[in-house]
Design a protein around this ligand. Sequence first.
Ligand code: ADP
Length: 333
Amino acid sequence: MIKIPEIPNLKKCKSIAVLTSGGDAPGMNAAIRSVVRYGLAQGLKVYGISRGYSGLLEGHIDLMDASSVANIIQRGGTVLKTDRCLEFYKKETRREAANILFRNDVDALVVIGGDGSFTGAHLMQTETGFPTIGVPGTIDNDIAGTDDTIGFDTAVNTALEAIDRIRDTASSHDRIFLVEVMGRSSGFIGLSVGIGGGAETTIVPENQESIGAICKTIERGTRRGKSSSIIVVSEGKKPGLSTRLAASLEERGYSTKVAILGHQQRGGSPSAHDRLLASVLGSSAVAYLLNGKSNGMVGVQQGSVVHVPFKKVIGVKKELDSSMLDLSRVLST
Ligand code: ADP
């Protein structure tokens, strides 16, 4: 169970708004619900902003009550909708956004999203003084300053379910399957799925195996009597890596199939773990704001909730645990 810090309530702010921004992730609804219900319990007015920063600029700011977030904890996606807003890259637009919030009687903003959304929030606060706090919501788990992000656990479980099914057909047909998972330039999903799915080889951006090394692993398996293999491939910056690798293996005489899991990893009902994480982080974000702590993100470090300044989060590369990389190699031989 995650340890929640005791945060005194200084009641400096009387109303907050919440939005979701960037890529959606399962568990965002649980986070919205937690922000709204915990805020109301603290006597705050709570507003919901639809479609991220775009909706904020268009003034889609609505008062929420406990019923506004009823029956959403189990739903994937985000009821507030999300968006990518190019306008927000401009300083004058961020100033306008802070003015809109101010005019709508909002004292602080909770942003549920990833590194990009936090950059927008950080710049707006630094430039205008308007208080913001981030809640890490992304399936990629690539945000520095927190061991875990909302949506990661669900995405890994979804990918594992798919791999278990693919393994059935791979072994029936004696085939090599390359299964491409999401994660952008981080291998957190790939590594977890590789270990959890018993992959013969796991390829993550942090540790690109050469085609020769992949062939050696396949040959080693063949000598032990294996007739099929699962190779987990993280998408990396350029999707389609699995297709390129499959072509190289075919050239060397192997029979391969490619399965790109794609957007199904973003959807679906959040796992118990993600619902709990989202409930804890959403409420903690509000608690920190009431304690005057902003311009940062709520995260989890070694089982405890922490507040991490945006400066230590944004643009900082989160490293994969090298011992897990070693473990994946040892277990796949
Ligand atoms: P994520 O939050 O999932 O990383 P994005 O990187 O797409 O997703 O960012 C979401 C939104 O956050 C962008 O569409 C934009 O509105 C805002 N944003 C991202 N980067 C910046 C930036 N450098 N300056 C200002 N706003 C940004």
